[in-house]
Ligand binder design. Structure first.
Ligand SMILES: [Zn+2]
Length: 286
């Protein structure tokens, strides 16, 4: 099978998985079953027939509206499908058919809902982070002892470092600077990627998070909890995010995906000790 054909199949599979991830994103934070009932219009409860539930296509054909009550359906649904399809295709470009490809789509399948749930609800549900970390560790088994050891060290190092960071920042800043769920997300990332790229994940997530935070600060005004956006959900610990606050989880996921897909290219294109440190790819002086 050609590479293009494989990427195409992965894209279609990603659209279908993305459709399921939409259900996960909508229901897990609300504590609802992801199996039953079938997909419904959130407004009128109209149960979707299979042809109203075809990824991407149905949303486009129905003009982004429920067929029964005509109320608009969020563009998030087709976008999550498209995103998952694109990432699955990227997995197929990065890895030849085999176990590493399976592991790659599993990684994407956990990161996409976690990032989007955190973005909306400021929470990284244990129902996703813990099974995700377990899958990351177990799926290393077929790759051999070395891979399992790397995964276990990655999970442990990531978790302990973020736990220390969370506690340290709480003592230093006397407020919650890092969500309690972030360390569990890093546990998952470490379990899938091993310990080598974790420093890069930490650095990239902070740089990109600071950039976005800075832009929000410039466009939406001063930081601080003075002006929570209307209807903003309070987090578990009763804290309400302000208009210029951003959750950190999506940036961890973004940095992890960037390094996951681009590390070999980066290491080859910009060889050097710094890129070696960021990507976790071995670099030897010429
Ligand atoms: Zn409806």
């Amino acid at each position: 099978m050609t590479h293009t054909a494989l990427a195409g199949i992965a894209f279609i599979a990603g659209l279908l998985v993305g459709s399921f991830l939409n259900v996960v994103i909508a229901r897990v934070p609300a504590g609802l079953s992801i199996v039953r009932p079938g997909s419904r219009c959130p407004r009128c409860g109209h149960a979707l027939a299979w042809y109203e539930n075809v990824p991407l296509v149905s949303w486009l054909v129905l003009g982004g509206r429920c067929r029964s009550c005509r109320s608009p359906i969020s563009a998030r649904y087709p976008l999550v499908e498209l995103l998952t399809g694109g990432l699955f295709a990227a997995c197929a470009v990065r890895f030849p058919p085999g176990w590493e490809l399976v592991r790659a789509v599993l990684f994407v399948g956990f990161l996409v809902p976690l990032a989007l749930i955190d973005l909306e609800h400021w929470v990284l549900p244990f129902q996703l982070t813990l099974p995700g970390a377990g899958v990351g560790l177990l799926s290393a088994l077929p790759l051999g002892t070395e891979a399992v050891v790397e995964a276990a060290i990655g999970a442990a190092v990531g978790f302990v470092f973020f736990l220390a960071l969370e506690v340290g920042l709480r003592i230093l800043l006397k407020k919650e600077a890092l969500g309690a769920g972030d360390k569990w997300l890093v546990l998952l990332v470490g379990a899938f990627l091993g310990w080598r790229p974790l420093f890069g994940v930490l650095l990239l997530s902070n740089v990109q998070g600071a950039l976005v935070g800075g832009v929000l600060l410039l466009t939406r005004g001063r930081a601080g909890p003075a002006s929570p956006p209307p209807g903003a959900p309070a987090t578990e610990d009763g804290w309400t995010p302000g208009a210029t606050h951003v959750p950190f989880g999506p940036f961890i996921a973004l940095a992890a995906l960037e390094l996951f897909f681009l590390a070999p290219w980066l290491a080859e294109t910009f060889p050097g000790p710094f890129v070696g440190l960021i990507t976790g790819m071995p670099w030897a002086p010429p």
